[in-house]
Write a protein that binds this ligand. Structure first.
Ligand code: FAD
Length: 443
């Protein structure tokens, strides 16, 4: 069988290696960083991630779902913190539905361990891809000793993240579309430590949000009782990461906007001034394949993190790619084409939804009209679970295509607006009446 090279052993790369090895291919996985199992290094950016149905589904197919969920903390809704310290809770879905806060490092380690157990996967760490020949399948790598070497494969998967070396090769070809758009906002991680006896200083089973219109702070729980907080904030300008350049300004900023959270930090000054400031970027490109190589995960579609779907979408790429073997193998050209055609509209949809959700999270979640809208929407999901699914539910708790979630979400929005505008809230329990409305708005 064909020899497959995988460049990038992050979340998508280590999962797709397992999928391909299960199909019997000889797989070599090259990863730039040292073996994280030995070094226990954090896998780079955010420490914890929200895992939801699409990601769980992808892990289920390799038997890792239960193990991973055991290490995750279910978050059943958003807890909003107003400036005056008042809190309000919005469930994400129906009773029993939750997204899971999981450790990025632990998840990556579990995937690498599973890959390592398979005889037909070879993992090579400390190998930085510095170039590739898309036509011949040759990959050029720089090893730990600084020397460059090459390896040649029948086919190569570029899972080397948002700044992919494999994609850069594709960018050099004609008819390759590429765009990269930065947000004005960057992010910084701050830690709320565990309380005495590993207790949680905030409600454990929630994603906490401090929406402040043009910026926001969020917090996700960790198993040890701590919370990883992320401040999404303007990079430059009068009130920004750039402007807060001393501890007095930082204290004043937190006193004004996050007074209830401030006493919970142990080392706010250290975290803020020592932790790196990350940037946020949407990357779109097409086609995703060229010659013997294709892209999965952030290499093909980096999205901003506000729908908590980048990893989930990347894992779903692996599921769809794997399914294409049943239809097209051994015609790799058709397989690559069918894969990218199927995924591109969905990657674009979640990229758009993630950008929209930033506005919802930082601004609208504190808006009375929006909260009313959400209340009606939630009532519909509770009263008609088989018929009405909110956009959030479609994205987070189902495996329906993201493009469908975006389109149906827009129709839902019209439906809820009509109910509010036409004073139809007293008719929500009238199933006959609602069925007529649903037939117009739910496709
Ligand atoms: C702040 C933040 C919060 C997020 N929160 C969520 C969330 O809650 N839920 C969610 O689903 N997603 C979230 N995401 C998105 C998620 O992190 C990514 O979508 C996901 O990591 C993509 O996986 P990947 O394997 O494609 O890329 P990566 O995880 O970036 O992995 C790429 C791998 O390739 C390696 N590599 C890079 N270059 C080379 C090279 N030249 N040669 C060899 N190896 C190379 C890297 O070392 C890395 O191991 C978040 C992202 C950010 C920035």
């Amino acid at each position: 069988m064909e020899k497959i090279g995988i460049v990038g052993g992050g979340l998508a790369g280590s999962l797709i290696a397992v999928y391909l090895a299960k199909r019997g291919f000889e797989v070599t996985l090259y990863e730039k960083r040292p073996d994280m199992r030995l070094n226990r290094i954090s896998a780079g950016r955010s420490i914890n991630l929200a895992l939801s149905e699409r990601g769980i589904n992808a892990l289920r197919k390799v038997g890792l779902d239960k193990q991973v969920l055991e290490t995750g903390i279910p978050m059943s809704g958003r807890m909003m913190h107003r400036v005056d310290g008042e809190r309000s809770y919005q469930p994400y879905g129906k009773e029993g539905q939750a997204i899971y806060s999981v450790s990025r490092g632990l998840l990556n380690v579990k995937l690498l361990e599973l890959a390592d157990e398979m005889d037909n996967i070879k993992i090579v760490f400390d190998s930085d891809c510095v170039g590739a020949n898309l036509k011949t399948g040759e990959v050029r790598l720089k090893g730990k000793d600084g020397n460059t070497f090459t390896d040649t494969f029948d086919y190569v998967i570029g899972s080397d993240g948002a700044f992919s070396a494999i994609r850069q090769e594709m960018q050099g070809r004609s008819m390759f579309n590429y765009s990269q758009t930065y947000l004005e906002h960057g992010y910084k991680e701050l830690t709320i430590p565990a309380g005495p006896g590993n207790t949680f200083l905030l409600e454990k089973n929630c994603l906490h949000i401090w929406p402040r219109e043009s910026f926001m702070l969020i917090a996700l729980p960790n198993l040890d009782g701590s919370f990883t907080c992320t401040l999404f904030f303007q990079m430059n300008g009068p009130l920004s990461f750039e402007s807060i350049d001393n501890t007095e300004k930082l204290d004043a900023f937190f006193d004004q906007y996050f007074a209830d959270a401030k006493p919970l930090f142990e080392d706010l000054h250290g975290d803020f001034f020592n932790n790196p400031t990350g940037t946020l970027c949407t990357i779109r490109c097409y086609p995703w394949s060229s010659g013997k190589m294709t892209l999965v995960g952030d290499a093909a579609h980096a999205v901003v993190p506000f729908y908590g779907q980048g990893m989930n979408c990347s894992f779903e790429d692996c599921v769809v790619f794997d399914e294409m073997f049943d239809k097209f193998y051994p015609d790799w050209e058709q397989l690559f084409e069918a894969y990218e055609k199927s995924r591109k509209p969905n990657a674009d949809a979640i990229a758009d939804l993630a950008l929209q959700n930033f506005v919802e999270m930082r601004d609208l979640v504190a808006d009375e009209d929006f909260l009313h809208f959400k209340k009606v929407e939630h009532e519909l999901t509770e009263l008609y679970p088989g018929k009405f699914k909110s956009q959030y539910e479609l994205v987070t708790f189902t495996n329906e295509p993201y493009s469908y979630a975006r389109e149906q979400g827009a129709r839902n929005s019209e439906l809820v607006k009509k109910i509010i505008r036409d004073n139809l809230e007293n008719k929500l329990n009238d199933s006959e009446f609602m069925d007529t409305l649903f037939s117009e708005y739910i496709k």
